[in-house]
Design a protein around this ligand. Structure first.
Ligand code: NI
Length: 396
């Protein structure tokens, strides 16, 4: 195996410069005009044929190997978040209220570094690598729009790979596993309609505030009493709105929250039970009940063979690493799941915290920042995994 890590270290000044530039100029989902413009230009400078404007602000390019073989897709997300940065870094966001607080600036830089690594090692590639730079991962439907725009067609990829810089673990840690690695995400919305009235005359009203309290309590049993203790299920009520005055029982209460699970069976059960509990308790308390559950992303479920290939590539490529193989890495969600519903593949995590440097804040925190040592590590691992996947596919 070529020493991709040594090559990635040589490219570090490039990776870092790209990352810092993206970091200083964050753009939200489907607004990544500057970011994708730079990505497209960098890829063109490598001599690649580039399709821009996929899913509005996405970019696709292909690297043709020197040997025949199938097509493999590598996906990198590029969007930022509506957060005011508080890192104080010299390369901090220059845009008020917007920040790369999830590390997608790093993913964009890693994608460009992988493009350079694979382009320089075309002789090792059996087939074609499709680089897919995806907008709007943070809940706005980037992956689904990329799929609608044909990223999984002409031809369909043999498999797809994605990664996340991971600030839940130190540099050197790798999360690579088959099976479920990230949870599904659903949002729910509940409206309870009672009958408003005077706070001192409750018997003439139907109080939706008390009903809401009972529903929130009862819903805790879905995770604790209805879910197999060896499975995972999170139901969080994250917003509750009702009433204005201290002495008025309001007419309605609205609540919002999220459901996270790893398996379709638990997901189906959680949806059904939340409906039953909400409708049953709400009606028993005399309210009209409206509940909408919106399935946002499925769980990220990795293919075992692909995960094993990535593990093998890690062992061959990266020094001083520790591979965590148990899966179920986070109840967080990721729209890479949509690609995995249509092609096999794997999504893996590359540890990026550094306690000594104070780089310890989690994703979506206003002080989120990562150790840039993750850039060459992740780039080398992705490039090596791509070469290995295609080599295995043709039996070379
Ligand atoms: Ni992210």
């Amino acid at each position: 195996m070529t020493d991709f890590y040594a090559q990635a270290l040589e490219l570090f000044p490039y990776s870092q410069a790209m990352r810092r530039d993206f970091h200083m100029h964050p753009e939200l989902g489907f607004e990544e005009v500057r970011t994708s413009g730079i990505i497209a230009e960098e890829l063109r400078q490598l001599g690649l044929e580039v399709s821009a404007g996929i899913a509005k602000t996405g970019v696709i390019a292909h690297i043709e190997g020197e040997q025949p073989g199938p097509l493999l897709m590598l996906r990198f997300d590029i969007d930022a978040l509506p957060i005011q940065e508080q890192t104080g870094a010299e390369y901090a966001s220059t845009i008020p209220g917007k920040m790369h607080a999830c590390g997608h600036d790093g993913h964009a830089a890693i994608g460009l570094t992988v493009a350079r690594l694979l382009h320089a090692n075309r002789h090792l590639l059996h087939g074609t690598v499709r680089l897919a730079f995806q907008p709007a991962e943070e809940g706005a439907g980037g992956a689904e729009t990329m799929i609608k725009d044909g990223v999984l067609q002409n031809p369909a990829p043999l498999a797809s790979l994605g990664l996340h810089i991971w600030n839940e673990a130190p540099l050197g840690w790798l999360g690579i596993a088959g099976g479920p690695v990230m949870a599904s995400a659903a949002g729910f919305f509940i409206r309870l309609t009672g009958k408003g009235g005077h706070g001192a005359i409750p018997h003439q009203a139907v109080d939706p505030v008390v009903a809401a309290a009972q529903i929130i309590s009862a819903a805790q049993t879905i995770a604790s009493r209805n879910t197999d203790p060896q499975e995972a299920c999170v139901i969080s009520f994250c917003a509750i709105h009702g009433g204005e005055a201290f002495n008025v029982i309001p007419h309605t209460v609205e609540m919002k929250g999220t459901i996270r699970t790893f398996s379709p069976q638990v997901e189906e059960m959680a949806y059904r039970r939340l409906r039953e509990v909400t409708e049953g308790v709400g009606r028993a308390m005399g309210c009209e009940v409206e509940i909408v559950i919106d399935n946002i992303t499925p769980a990220v479920i990795n293919d075992e063979d692909t995960a094993n290939t990535v593990k093998a590539a890690a062992r061959l490529t990266l020094p001083d690493h520790h591979i965590e193989e148990k899966g179920h890495f986070t109840m967080g969600a990721e729209d890479f799941a949509f690609y995995l519903q249509q092609t096999p593949g794997a999504f893996f995590f590359v540890g990026s915290t550094n306690e000594e440097k104070g780089l310890i804040y989690g994703h979506h925190h206003p002080r989120f920042d990562f150790d840039e040592g993750v850039l060459p590590r992740a780039s080398a691992l992705m490039a090596a995994s791509a070469v290995e996947m295609l080599r295995k596919a043709v039996g070379a």
